[in-house]
Ligand binder design. Structure first.
Ligand code: PEP
Length: 254
């Protein structure tokens, strides 16, 4: 019913030759053995998107995402990239609100609400990241913290628009740390997110939204995490830089 998705966030990694070779390895492997994911999404750095769009389009089930975009459609914003520019290349997803953007580039819930709108205005799909820092987890306030992120960035959207969104729950203490949330912790938070969506938009809409887990997901733990009833796949950082690991994760659904 919901899309099962594995998305790879390359962050600021891979030179051009390495990027080409990673995509070629992924395509080669997918031509030999499919996965049980409905969608596999690659989020390379901006400058690779135009060229990779040509090759990725040839592989069924493989899609491209940007890692960010600006909230305005065009203008004097040196160094920025807009949603219409991404749309024109054939990109289909945009990661928004990654914790690194929130921390290093001061992205607030309010700013992210405008980025989400900008992306949806182009019929692109946001992969909206949320998740709590360690201090919040240690005081057991993670549900309220994540609910506030969702409320302030997403809950002004219409029911029709929220259905276009993919949510990625990424506890900050698990990102790039090797410390993964347990399958129980992930399922508990995903169920909480879905219940907030249901409170706001009703059961049917909440049931249709894919919620991905992110945070040190790897081939050895993906199967257990993805088994959660409300876990619809993963947003993968480090392990997405290696084709074999990434595809092993994409094959981790029951
Ligand atoms: C991420 O950055 O979105 C992420 C989940 O990273 P990692 O898999 O490396 O923890």
């Amino acid at each position: 019913m919901r899309d099962r998705i594995v998305a790879g966030n390359w962050k600021m990694n891979k030179d051009w030759d390495q990027a080409l070779s990673l995509v070629a390895d992924i395509q080669q492997s997918l031509s030999q053995e499919t996965t049980n994911s409905d969608k596999i999404i690659l989020a390379p750095p901006f400058i690779y998107l135009a060229e990779l769009a040509k090759t990725v389009a040839q592989t069924q089930g493989l899609f491209l995402s940007a890692q960010n975009c600006h909230q305005e459609e065009a203008g004097a914003y040196t160094g920025e990239v807009s949603a219409p520019m991404l749309k024109a290349l054939g990109v289909e997803y945009v990661i928004l609100g990654h914790s690194e953007r929130r921390e290093y580039f001061s992205e607030t819930n309010e700013l992210l609400a405008s980025k989400v709108e900008a992306v949806l205005n182009q019929n692109l799909k946001p992969i909206f990241c949320c998740g709590e820092p360690l201090s919040v987890r240690e005081s057991n306030m993670q549900e309220a913290y994540v609910n506030q992120q969702l409320t302030e960035s997403l809950f002004k959207l219409s029911a029709e628009r929220i259905s276009e969104i993919v949510i990625a729950y990424e506890p900050i203490w698990a990102i790039g740390t090797g410390r993964t949330a347990s399958a129980e912790q992930a399922q508990e938070m995903h169920a909480s997110i879905r219940s907030h969506l249901a409170d706001q938009y009703g059961h049917d809409i909440a049931q249709g939204i894919s919620i991905l887990y992110g945070g040190s997901c790897k081939p050895s733990n993906a199967n257990e995490i993805f088994a959660g009833a409300d876990v619809d796949g993963g947003l993968i950082g480090g392990a997405s830089l290696n084709a074999a690991d990434f595809l092993a994760i994409a094959r981790s659904f029951e």
